[in-house]
Design a protein around this ligand. Structure first.
Ligand code: GDR
Length: 332
């Protein structure tokens, strides 16, 4: 039975990854940080096959211990401060976890895997935020980076140090440059879920306004379930390499809102939406659109859910959750 170790198992991608690897017959280990972490309960209840291991990306000895327990064949480093907007407020913490945390993880892999005959395969979650103020349209593996946030800067370090450890020590390390990927498990702070949840709540009459920032930014949105499969496919290659994972389609936030309200059955979306400067970012990433030709050709990866399918899946999920909540409130 192959063994996999996931950092960030409590997040959207970690949950999808745990589910996917379990379905492939892996023994799954998931790192959970902190004392009394409320998200640990979700993993215990919904993913009972995950072996929970304590550890923190800020603490190298804890990573070494966690890997000694898990003895993994594959490591997926999905943990990070992942909310770009927060990274301006907590820039140092973001650098420490999203950036230097990758270095610690790589060191732990070297120490536990052994430096000469290291069999551990390592996946780093790199991000399209590294392209930032884009130098090329669409963006591929050779597009230069120009990050626009402390988060993007930290991800560039994580990406570069992964490549460097592969080149310096022959570590079996891949980096996946993933464009935005969403789904029903997305946190409410991210724009897709904020919009689909609001559309559902407005439809049900329990919310009357949606307050957003920049409606003009363009993103290449895919489905998280499709994207974790790409991560796994990267680690099944003969040689480690880096890949862009994207749909190749881009849409504005405005198009997202329009479609989500349409799916929810709410007409005249503009009358519900207000813009507030507090949701604008000090430096914005205006346009992301990825070219995943390399992944399609070398890995045989193709996204199965398109933008319209993704928005529908998320709105329908939110309608279900919110109507259940509304019914509960009525009976309380
Ligand atoms: P992003 O995702 O920063 O692209 O990073 P997010 O959904 O937060 O923002 C996308 C775009 O929407 C605009 N926007 C708003 N965003 C939020 N969160 N809330 C709002 O009210 C709002 N109004 C407009 C933003 O300005 C931005 O342009 C995501 C994260 O998952 C990263 O961790 C990951 O690396 C990248 O995707 C790929």
């Amino acid at each position: 039975m192959p063994r996999a170790f996931i950092t960030g198992v409590t997040g959207q991608d970690g949950q999808h990854m745990a589910e996917f690897l379990h379905s492939k017959g892996y023994e799954v280990f998931g790192m959970v940080k902190g004392q009394n972490n409320p998200k640990e309960q979700i993993i215990r209840e919904e993913f009972p096959y995950v072996n929970i291991v304590p550890g923190d990306l800020a603490d190298l000895p804890s990573l070494v211990k966690a890997l000694e327990v898990a003895q993994p064949d594959e490591v997926y480093n999905l943990a990070a401060i992942s909310f770009v907007a927060l990274s301006w407020n907590q820039a140092e913490l973001t650098a420490n976890l999203t950036g230097t945390g990758v270095l610690r993880m790589l060191e732990a892999v070297r120490m536990v895997g052994g430096q000469t005959d290291n069999k551990i395969r390592f996946y780093q979650a790199s991000s399209s935020e590294m392209f930032g103020k884009v130098r090329q349209i669409p963006q591929d593996e050779l597009t230069p980076f120009h990050p626009r946030s402390p988060y993007g800067c930290a991800k560039v370090f994580g990406h570069d140090i992964t490549v460097n450890y592969r080149e310096s020590y022959g570590l079996w390390a891949c980096s996946g440059i993933l464009f935005n990927h969403e789904g029903p498990r997305r946190g409410i702070e991210f724009v897709t879920r904020k919009v689909t949840n609001a559309a559902a709540r407005i439809k049900l009459g329990v919310q009357d306004e949606l307050v957003l920032g920049n409606l003009d930014a363009k993103r290449d949105w895919g489905y998280a379930g499709d994207y974790v499969k790409a991560m796994w496919m990267m680690l099944q290659q003969d040689e480690p390499d880096d890949f862009v994972i994207a749909t190749g389609e881009t849409h504005t936030i405005e198009e997202l809102v329009e479609l989500a309200f349409d799916v929810a059955g709410v007409s005249n979306w503009r009358s519900y939406v207000r813009q507030d400067p507090k949701f604008f970012r000090p430096a914005e990433v205006d346009l992301l659109i990825g070219d995943s030709t390399k992944a399609r050709e070398k890995l045989g990866w193709v996204p199965e859910v398109d933008f319209a399918g993704l928005v529908r899946m998320m709105v329908e999920n939110d309608l279900r959750l919110e109507s259940r909540k509304a019914r509960r409130d009525l009976t309380d």
